[in-house]
Design a binder for this molecule. Structure first.
Ligand code: FES
Ligand SMILES: [Fe+2]
Length: 445
């Protein structure tokens, strides 16, 4: 593992362990609400979900709900999802299209810019009613790379400042050109930070996800630590984990990767560790014909899996052809529960530039067999919401790997609550976990 510290000064005593209180204590949860959730830029959703004026989605965040809309001037704007008459929750669907937002209680109606446009029986407000002052309450909203961010504080720093160098590092992936192919939310019996921790280290991968040894090389990863608690890890892909015996023939996943770009796995017998470079070179060569533009990406980026964690709770795991948005959201009152979203995006081939129509460039190992082109009858999938029991029962899956994580996390929370456990004890491989919690410590007194 290589560690790079990017514009981040706190290089001393980075590993310092911390108390379990932050996972189980309601008082800590309250401080989190005040000092974290109400102060930070948060990834609320996708620009593609508010493509036209009147489109909206609701971002559920513990005790708050933010209604994000595309306004009549085509701006994207977040509002508290609250009617200004008597506080009823205004919109009940998670997403949709509206000509106006009408409260179900007394039919106060707001236009898509958030202005209060209709008040029934207005004359009954005998002291008059100042409609202009009763518009929906706005929250700061900014857009970057296809994502909508909101911030509930009064005067936040600009989003680009918060993202820092991650902004430029990730822009070449053009997440804004990716399309949603799956949208899931699972209810978990653990604190939201246990999910962030889980996606902040590779220490557990060899043991909890043994299948990964035939996919990625978790020994030669590069870790990046940024100011503001953000972290990144870059994991060599299209290869195998050299900690284990290297197979003679390419693995099943390598074979699919090779075939999808017109290479024969048989040519790599006894040369499994050369597959990664071959994949990079071939993608560079055939990418354009297959409607993929790799010009802004380095060779390593063409094969590798990157994962960047946007403090506090948005985790992006991606290759040039796909991205998972992994996002645990806090429960309104219970520190031992959270909701965990997984939104899967795929970069489909661009039919304008693709010269070979039969080209199938597998959109990453997660979507083998997915058509290279956006299907004509594409419809944005609805969110599937379930409890993690359904994953354990085999009724739902979030992929083998995430199922393994999800099945384990309630056990972590239970253990954390035990009198028999005190402090979390970390090693160098868990540096990103520590970095995240150092930022939590900085914010939460
Ligand atoms: S609470 Fe919305 S109209 Fe009365
Ligand atoms: Fe995991």
């Amino acid at each position: 593992m290589t560690i790079e510290i990017v514009n981040y000064a706190d290089t001393e005593s980075r590993i310092k362990n911390f108390s379990k209180d932050r996972y189980v204590d309601p008082a800590y949860m309250e401080r989190e609400w005040q000092d974290l959730w109400r102060q930070h830029w948060l990834l609320a959703g996708l620009v593609s979900d508010v493509a036209s004026p009147g489109d909206y989605f609701v971002f559920d965040l513990g005790r708050e709900q933010i209604l994000v809309t595309r306004t009549s001037t085509s701006d994207i704007q977040g509002f508290y999802n609250v009617c200004q008459h008597r506080g009823n929750q205004l919109v009940n669907d998670s997403c949709g299209h509206a000509a106006a937002f009408r409260c179900a209680y007394h039919a106060w109606t707001y236009d898509i810019d958030g202005n209060l446009s209709i008040v029934p029986y207005k004359e009954r407000f005998t002291d008059g009613i100042d409609q202009a002052s009763l518009a929906l309450k706005k929250v700061h909203t900014e857009v970057w790379n296809g994502f909508v961010f909101v911030n509930l504080s009064e005067s936040p720093e600009p989003l680009h400042q918060f993202l820092g160098p991650m902004k430029e590092l990730l822009e070449p992936y053009h997440f804004e050109k990716m399309t949603v192919v799956e949208d899931q939310t699972v209810h978990l019996d653990c604190n939201w930070k246990a999910v962030v921790d889980n996606f902040s280290e590779l220490y557990h991968v060899d043991f909890l996800h043994p299948q990964h040894k035939s996919m990625v090389d978790c020994c030669n990863d590069t870790v990046r630590l940024f100011a503001h608690g953000h972290t990144g890890v870059e994991v060599p892909g299209a290869t195998v984990n050299p900690r284990f015996p290297v197979p003679k023939e390419p693995t099943a996943i390598q074979s699919v990767q090779l075939q999808s770009i017109g290479l024969d796995p048989a040519d790599f017998e006894g040369r499994v560790l050369e597959v990664r470079r071959a994949v990079q070179e071939q993608k560079r060569k055939v990418g354009k014909d297959k409607g993929m533009d790799y010009d802004e990406l380095s060779d390593d980026q063409l094969s590798d899996v990157w994962q960047y964690n946007f403090f506090p709770n948005a985790i992006l795991s991606f290759t040039p052809e796909h991205c998972w948005i992994l996002r645990p959201r806090p429960h309104p009152t219970d520190p031992s529960r959270c909701e965990f979203d997984k939104i899967s995006l795929v970069r489909f081939a661009d039919p304008q530039t693709a010269t070979s129509k039969d080209a199938v460039l597998s959109a990453g190992r997660h979507y083998q067999g997915a058509s290279a082109f956006l299907p004509e009858d594409y419809q944005r999938p609805e969110r599937d919401v379930f409890h993690y029991d359904a994953v354990i029962a085999g009724e739902k899956t979030m992929t083998d790997t995430i199922d393994q994580d999800v099945e384990l996390l309630a056990g972590v929370q239970k253990g954390m609550s035990s009198q028999g456990f005190g402090d979390v004890f970390l090693n160098e491989d868990e540096m990103r976990v520590q970095h995240f919690h150092n930022e939590m410590d900085r914010l939460i007194s």
